[in-house]
Design a protein around this ligand. Sequence first.
Ligand code: NAP
Length: 304
Amino acid sequence: MSWHILGAGSLGGLWAARLFRAGTPVRLIFRDRLRLAQYRTAGGLSLREGEQDSLYPLPAETPQDASPIRRLLVTCKAYDAENAVAAVASRLVPGAEVVLLQNGIGSQERVIERIPRARCILASSTEGAFRESGFKIVQAGKGHTWLGDPIHPEHTPDWLGELNEAGIPVQWTADIQSQLWRKLAINCAINPLTVLYNCRNGELNAHAHEINKITNELGRLLKAVEHEDLAPGLQEAVLAVIDATADNTSSMLQDVIYGRRTEISFLLGYALQEAQRHGLILETLEQLYRRLRDHLETHGLPVD
Ligand code: NAP
């Protein structure tokens, strides 16, 4: 059965190239004919892993193609996912499986509402990739991806082995929401500060007091959204990630450096929306969000 990849950028390209070379049928869906033509001119997707560069001539199409879609991997940014999926919704067969690989929380719900007859599987990934240029993808770091279905958590898909065999390390979890909240909380504690201080992750050790205040409020939020088990170890988890990724530039800071829209609405924005829904006032996080939005505005970037 064929995989369709909607959002053939960094992470989508990384998945697609590995599936293709493992012999799994896979097709890329580009946003329009112009992008498809540019891809064809490039001759395929190129992937660099370590010192090794390889070109993979994957078949590709646009959303207007008529063929049915049974397995769809959505690797657009969180703010693009809903519209991108809407453009292919009529091609999804009943019971199609749709894997949503967006950072943060909030975009997944919007996609699920658009395609009620599909089975949506949520994903949280620690893999790293970036685009050097149009269709040239660089694997930046090894990691793995948790997958789960909040509605049918016990129903493990039969294609997990196929992904692992293709060199895409995946693991099923019965509690994907917990994974997503854990990653969101860690991201909210690290990424905005790296943007505001324009620093690598490791340099945040100089801001331990601020991190302490932020993680305390995030802990209160985790309790309110019924993930209280994540609250007690949060600060240690954040400090461990800062140490383990000390030389890294966070994805949010990279977006700002390259003048790209960030995903803040699905990270800190979503956290504060949930706080408000639960009647929580989180002053440090609200102030952090204001500072971050001001910073983005000053740099001419969208504040959502
Ligand atoms: P990316 O490199 O910007 O790729 C996103 C792709 O989506 C682009 O190729 C874009 O096409 C495409 N797209 C947008 N709208 C579309 C539409 N309507 N139809 C078809 N394609 C469309 O982003 P990414 O870094 O792979 O990130 C994807 C998601 O994974 C994000 O939520 C990110 O936070 C998460 N994530 C990424 C990494 C990583 O290392 N990259 C790691 C973990 C999680 P154009 O090229 O035409 O703009």
